[in-house]
Design a protein. Structure first.
Ligand SMILES: O=C(O)CCC(=O)C(=O)O
Ligand SMILES: [Fe+2]
Length: 880
């Protein structure tokens, strides 16, 4: 054995002998310790080769190939090598280490200010205590990580994709620390790219064969400080591990203690100390091992600083783009038994998972434990044409059957959501429960229309509307409380028991209204407009996915976004054609749009949906970002709006039952809505809570006046057989307006905020990006009071821009409903009773008719049911 053989630390033993345990690819492994001549002894390295990198960018490719061959040999047989004569100068090394020493000698509060706990990607300072808590009490090191960050102008100057968040965090007490690490990083990145070219050559590929996997590679620097320590079984600076990178370049310093050791195949630790005149100690990481089908080995290593001196080191990790899915770029060597575990997960996701593996108390780790779904994606909603489809199905199958089925779908969807183990599972089941929820809302409104006389509808639809409003106001609060106190799963599981209770009640109380009685199940099935349903569903998904994901999941101007929208529009056209020319019972019969009043109200409903959902979404944002109240308080402050909406719904309905008029309440509601939009626009950075609550009460009341009055007006205007259709359409138009509005508002707001922030000269570009990505709270503690108030003004302008847009939209709604002709609502039950009494008394008195012989039947007709001569329906022609 060579003189370089290290002392062995025995971590465990088996029947066969002693072995070393380690972690590679995040998974535990163990390696038997074998002595020369023992069974199982293999040819393995006992020293680490030194490679001269002088020619790395040599103009002659053959020279570069020679270097690549040397690298290939080291990467295959050892997985480690020393790099001499690199672009890193001695001056750069000294300056960088000086910065490290200074950083780690600052008071701990100043280091902790840049805590890794504050960043989603765990960048920043990780203290001794943090490391020990995560990896065991014997682990003795502290570190500071920085890395790739598109929002940092020092690294990147192109357009920043929307939704990109700042990654790094810096100590304000030592601004030059950022400068030093930035400078070092900017030298290492191009060097790493040259090494990547060498690796491509080393694999026998074209020099730039791996470049397309590294457009904006994941790269990071980890500044490390290891105090001297005594080696014991579990004590180390860094326990045995393999790196999750493509390759790592570790800078070691001459004056520091050593302790880096590399595990060979026989279980012996080979030291890899600083060597004079050599810049880096380098190694292959797991990603390159996978890409190369195991030809290059990601070798296990560890650090135990028993030198008696402080040790500082600075690894640079280089990995592919986060979006890359690892697939081998070459075949495994013949005879190799290497089996990589390739997954479909993009490497960025794997990286975060691995990073968080041993950091269970980091906020990101907690979130990962909750299904690995980023918070913003939780808002993903499925608002599709499903309400129209479900409503139409109730015409075909009967209301009660349809309602029970849709209740079951919702219950099933929610229960399954609660059991979700991954994102796809959750999104699919959330889709199911979304269809169920929309269906329940529409069908209960249709049932009310079926069961209740025209005159009473306003009042009873008011009640259904109120329950919907109450649910949407309380639901998020209860859901959030469930998620934080028990588990997010209970946010899904809380509703199924309530609905399970509703089923028997409905079964007993709800008459079985069947609009197509006597048809066999088979005949009913055949009547469903399947083609229309599929086209409507597909087109709304195709359009709504980019609308809700644009700017966050993928950039607005990306090809994906464009293609989805164009396909969605094409399918929508196909849907309309099917409805017009093909379907026997179309989901959206074209004759629905033959009614001027229905068209006007649907238009008002869509624009109002835009404003309504916009208010629900942006008021809490205004409260949080401009008035800096907590998320919970913002949610609670929305409640008055929900209750006044209930009041508006109830009152408008009662007035319609009492007077027989319903359209004036709706028109009043839209007028009040326009006024409240104006008042909303005046919200400022110092608006009092009382004023806000007052305006919210007004907004809610106005919305309450419009919501069910418009539904009932349409239900009373359109032909009876379109009752379900109109209800589904109303709800779909409203949600569709809402989703388009929210999608439009996001980018407008960000661009207004960005422009306003540009004018605040006391902010750095990085701070501006941080504010846009994370909100002002991300940096609010770091700025003076003047900057702070300018910043809040900027946030206010962003929200105001959206409210400004609300005014003309609300005006459109108002003008539309002002053109709605007043429709008679029928007389109240009391009036009818009185009428029967008077009629009876008169007939008895004048012609002596016995009351038992008289039947009086009042039939409510809609406008097309009348003709006053000439065989024409003058009501419809407007001739009357
Ligand atoms: O400190 C060193 O020399 C090596 C550190 C290391 O292995 C790592 O950060 O992955
Ligand atoms: Fe490492």
């Amino acid at each position: 054995m060579s003189a370089l053989t290290a002392q062995e630390t025995v971590y465990g033993s088996s029947d066969d002998g002693k072995y070393v345990t380690y972690r590679a690819g995040g998974k535990p492994g163990k390696r038997l310790i074998r002595q020369p001549g023992e069974p199982g002894w293999v040819e393995s390295f006992d020293r680490i080769p030194v490679i001269d990198f002088t020619n790395i960018d040599h103009p002659d490719v053959d020279v570069r190939r020679k270097l690549a061959a040397e690298l290939a040999e080291a990467a295959e047989n050892v997985g480690f090598w020393y790099a001499a004569n690199t672009p890193v100068t001695d001056e750069l090394v000294s300056a960088t280490f000086a910065a490290l020493e200074k950083f780690f000698s600052m008071p701990v509060e100043q280091r902790a200010e840049a805590s890794w706990m504050k960043t989603p990607g765990a960048r920043g300072y990780e203290s001794f205590a943090d490391v020990a808590a995560n990896e065991g009490s014997g682990t003795l090191r502290e570190s500071f990580i920085m890395g790739d960050d598109m929002t940092d102008p020092k690294q990147y100057s192109g357009p920043i994709p929307e939704g990109t968040k700042p990654q790094n965090i810096w100590p304000s007490a030592m601004p030059e620390f950022k400068d030093a690490l930035d400078t070092y990083y900017s030298v290492l990145l191009p060097f790493a790219r040259s090494i990547l070219h060498l690796f491509a050559l080393a694999l026998g590929l074209e020099e730039n064969a791996l470049d397309h996997l590294h457009n904006f590679p994941m790269a990071a620097l980890r500044a490390l400080h290891y105090p001297p320590q005594v080696a014991t079984e579990s004590a180390a600076g860094f326990l045995a591990h393999a790196d999750f990178s493509s390759f790592t370049l570790v800078l070691q310093g001459a004056k520091y203690g050593s302790g880096l050791e590399v595990l060979n195949m026989n279980g012996h630790w080979i030291p890899a100390p600083y060597i004079p005149g050599v810049t880096f100690t380098c190694n292959v990481g797991d990603y390159l091992q996978s890409l190369s089908s195991g030809r290059f080995v990601s070798t296990v290593h560890r650090v135990v600083n028993t030198s008696g001196n402080e040790r500082y080191s600075l690894p640079f990790f280089f990995s592919p783009d986060p979006s890359v899915t690892l697939t081998p770029v070459v075949n495994p060597k013949t005879g190799s038994d290497y089996e990589a575990e390739y997954t479909d997960d993009p490497i960025g996701k794997q990286y975060v998972r691995r990073l968080m593996y041993a950091r269970r108390f980091h906020p990101t780790a907690k979130r990962l434990a909750e299904l690995e779904i980023p918070e913003k994606d939780w808002k993903y909603e499925y608002i599709t044409g499903s309400q129209m489809i479900v409503a139409r199905c109730s015409d075909v199958f009967g209301r009660r059957t349809a309602l029970f089925k849709i209740l079951l779908i919702f219950i099933l969807g929610n229960i399954m959501c609660g059991f979700a183990q991954n994102a796809i599972w959750l999104f699919t089941c959330r889709g199911l429960s979304g269809i169920g929820a929309g269906g329940i809302i529409s069908l209960s409104m249709v049932c009310v229309a079926d069961l209740v006389p025209v005159r009473e509808r306003g009042k009873l639809q008011g009640y259904t509307g109120f329950t919907v409003a109450l649910g949407s106001g309380m639901g998020p609060l209860i859901g959030a409380a469930m998620a934080s106190k028990i588990s997010w799963r209970w946010a899904f599981w809380i509703t199924p028991p309530m609905l399970a209770l509703a089923i028997p009640i409905l079964y007993l109380a709800l008459p079985d209204i069947n609009t197509a009685p006597g048809k066999s199940a088979w005949n009913q099935m055949r009547q469903v407009d399947y083609l229309g349903s599929i086209l409507l569903f597909a087109s709304s998904i195709l359009m709504l996915v980019p609308i809700s994901g644009g700017g966050s999941i993928f950039p607005w101007r990306s090809a994906v976004c464009m293609i989805l929208i164009v396909l969605g529009v094409l399918l929508l056209v196909a849907f309309l054609a099917v409805e017009r020319f093909h379907a026997a019972i179309p989901i959206l019969p074209p004759r629905l749009f033959h009614h001027k009043d229905v068209n006007l109200i649907l238009l008002a409903t869509a624009t109002h949906g835009w404003i309504y959902y916009g208010t629900m979404f942006f008021i809490p944002l205004y409260l949080q970002e401009v008035l800096t109240v907590s998320a919970l308080r913002a949610g609670v402050l929305l409640l008055p709006m929900v209750f006044s909406q209930g009041l508006g719904l109830g009152l408008a309905g009662k007035v319609s039952t009492a007077t027989g008029f319903i359209v004036p309440q709706m028109q009043f509601g839209y007028a009040l809505g326009l006024v409240s939009c104006g008042l909303l626009y005046r919200f400022d950075v110092d608006t009092s809570t009382g004023y806000i609550v007052g305006i919210l009460l007004l907004i809610g009341f106005a919305a309450g006046c419009t919501l069910q009055t418009s539904l009932v007006t349409m239900q009373n205007t359109a032909p009876e057989d379109l009752r379900a259709v109109i209800t589904g359409a109303r709800n779909t138009f409203r949600s569709f307006g809402g989703s388009i509005g929210l999608a439009a508002a996001g980018p407008i707001r960000s661009s207004v905020i960005r422009t306003a922030l540009m004018q605040i000269s006391s902010l750095t570009e990085q701070q501006r990006s941080a504010i846009i990505a994370l909100g002002p709270s991300a940096i609010i503690g770091d700025v003076d009071s003047n900057t702070r108030s300018l910043m809040l003004q900027a946030m206010k302008k962003g929200i105001q821009a959206i409210y400004l847009g609300f005014m003309p939209l609300m005006a459109v709604s108002l003008i539309a409903v002002l053109f709605v002709n007043v429709v008679q609502q029928g007389r109240s039950a009391e009036v009818k009773q009185t009428y029967y009494g008077v009629l009876m008394a008169a007939l008895k008195e004048q012609i002596g008719l016995d009351e038992a012989d008289l039947i009086v039947s009042v039939t409510a007709n809609t406008r097309e049911d009348w003709s006053f001569g000439g065989g024409k329906a003058q009501f419809l022609n407007g001739d009357l």
